[in-house]
Design a binder for this molecule. Structure first.
Ligand SMILES: Cc1cc2nc3c(=O)[nH]c(=O)nc-3n(C[C@H](O)[C@H](O)[C@H](O)COP(=O)(O)OP(=O)(O)OC[C@H]3O[C@@H](n4cnc5c(N)ncnc54)[C@H](O)[C@@H]3O)c2cc1C
Length: 188
């Protein structure tokens, strides 16, 4: 859907010496829990609307609308570009908080969930705005003549849905915040 490649890799009959074991035998989940905590907030991809903003701004500054004025002169376009810039700034601060916790020896489990939910859900919202404003040309892909923002709006609109799934779904991240931060009862 997002023009990305996904690999599945299988290992059979692999023996690993005990010196390479992490944590206790049969305790793999707690090891993975550390990896997942770092993935959510720190590994990257927590601010996906940053390149989108650059491409949309360039498109709005160079493309005339039906009334021959550049798209950037449209008040709603300017407001949405400004809101996207603000969203990106907040997403960056949330990501930096998680990165700082990790860099100073902490485990940003909850903070990573907060950063990921915020950035991925806002990304879906803002790309929807721009695709709607682009009309049919917002459905054209890279290489197509007249593709809005050279195809980046179409690409981001197809990429955005997966960002609330991979690296922990929004539902799982909300459970994480509810249980570990707010002290609400476990959901299962
Ligand atoms: C594009 C893409 C790339 C990916 N890349 C990788 C990768 O590189 N490496 C890797 O290991 N994995 C990767 N994944 C897998 C990804 O991590 C999983 O898809 C994701 O964690 C969701 O798990 P699932 O698909 O098994 O859904 P499920 O766990 O079956 O969930 C299905 C639905 O039920 C909800 N749900 C499940 N449990 C609960 C609960 N307890 N409370 C509330 N709601 C719940 C979920 O939020 C979701 O909406 C990728 C996925 C995608 C889409």
């Amino acid at each position: 859907m997002a023009s990305e490649r996904t690999n599945a890799t299988f290992y059979d009959n692999v023996e690993v010496e005990d010196q390479w074991r992490l944590s206790e035998v049969d305790d793999g989940w707690s090891v993975m829990g550390i990896a997942l905590a770092l993935e959510r907030g720190v590994m990257g991809g927590t601010n996906p609307a940053v390149p989108l903003l650059k491409h949309v701004l360039n498109w709005a500054e160079t493309t005339p609308s039906k009334n021959k004025r550049l798209l950037i002169n449209d008040a709603l376009m300017r407001e949405r570009i400004a809101r996207t810039a603000i969203i990106n700034q907040v997403g960056q601060l949330l990501t930096l908080r998680a990165a700082w916790i990790a860099a100073t020896g902490g485990m940003p489990g909850v903070e990573g969930s907060m950063a990921k939910i915020y950035a991925s859900e806002e990304y879906q919202k803002v790309v929807g705005w721009f695709q709607q404003m682009a009309g049919a040309e917002g459905l054209l892909s890279f290489g197509a003549e007249d593709a809005a923002a050279s195809g980046w709006i179409d690409y981001d609109a197809r990429h955005a849905p997966v960002t609330t799934i991979y690296g922990g779904t929004s539902e799982i991240n909300r459970n994480n915040i509810a249980e570990r931060h707010l002290g609400l009862p476990r959901s299962r």
